[in-house]
Design a binder for this molecule. Structure first.
Ligand SMILES: Cc1cc2nc3c(=O)[nH]c(=O)nc-3n(C[C@H](O)[C@H](O)[C@H](O)COP(=O)(O)OP(=O)(O)OC[C@H]3O[C@@H](n4cnc5c(N)ncnc54)[C@H](O)[C@@H]3O)c2cc1C
Length: 209
């Protein structure tokens, strides 16, 4: 295990592995991830992996759009499946107020560059035959949404980071962060210390510990 790194990422879920991947892709070679158990042993393992890009703010939506671009390419880059299926998503409206809301969302989507289309209940049923359309007034269809296998995605991100020089240490528990004058100095683990000035806490629901 390295004992000095430019950045240390705590947590080997999809969040931590994505941060590690992007740091490595930006050219940060001496970055280290520490995971107390195995990769994907936190919430990531339980996720349904549904990926909806239209969010409440422009920055979150742009982040989701760039994630989808990555999901399309990552498998080719690292040679590991991510389980990405670009099947599209449907938002249904069965009340006038909801119809108004999805029409407004379609307007935002256009400004964000997302191809969200308003469609009729019949068109929604063609896309998803088990749909019961009684009472449905309309729907919004976003063809570039989809779902991913969260565990496979995490392993693919980890592999992409490793290939660019990042180090991943599993079975390594973080026990503390050494701080001096308000700045991080080192991450303390049950396998020794890693000196660093940058700590990314991606410990998920355990991050506060
Ligand atoms: C049932 C369910 C369904 C979901 N469905 C969706 C969905 O459809 N779409 C969607 O976008 N999101 C979904 N989510 C949410 C998604 O799973 C989480 O947002 C995501 O997995 C969080 O990833 P993470 O890397 O932040 O955390 P985690 O996956 O929890 O990773 C944290 C990691 O940190 C490690 N760790 C903790 N403490 C330490 C320590 N002291 N030292 C070293 N390592 C440590 C843990 O072992 C763990 O591996 C769902 C979640 C659940 C539970």
């Amino acid at each position: 295990m390295l004992h000095r790194a430019r950045a240390v990422v705590i947590g080997g879920g999809v969040g931590g592995c994505a941060v590690l991947y992007w740091l490595a892709r930006l050219g940060w070679e001496d970055v280290v991830l520490v995971e107390r158990a195995e990769l994907t042993s936190g919430s990531t393992f339980h996720s349904a992996g549904l990926v909806g890009q239209l969010r409440g703010t422009l920055s979150l939506t742009k982040m989701m759009m760039s994630s989808v671009e990555l999901y399309r390419d990552l498998e080719g880059e690292v040679g590991l499946e991510t389980g990405w299926h670009e099947v599209g998503s449907l938002r249904l409206a069965s009340a006038p107020a909801r119809m108004h809301e999805i029409a407004r969302q379609a307007g935002w989507a256009k400004t964000f560059g997302l191809p969200l289309e308003l469609i009729s209940p019949g068109e929604a049923k063609e896309l998803f035959p088990p749909l019961e359309t009684e009472g449905v007034l309309g729907a919004a269809f976003l063809p570039t949404d989809g779902y991913v296998d969260p565990s496979q995605l995490t392993f693919a991100l980890a592999e992409g980071a490793r290939r660019r020089g990042a180090e991943i240490n599993t079975s390594t528990r973080v026990t503390g962060i050494r701080v001096a004058r308000g700045r991080a100095q080192a991450v303390e683990t049950d396998r020794g210390e890693i000196e660093t000035e940058i700590v990314v806490n991606a410990g998920g629901m355990y991050a506060r510990e």
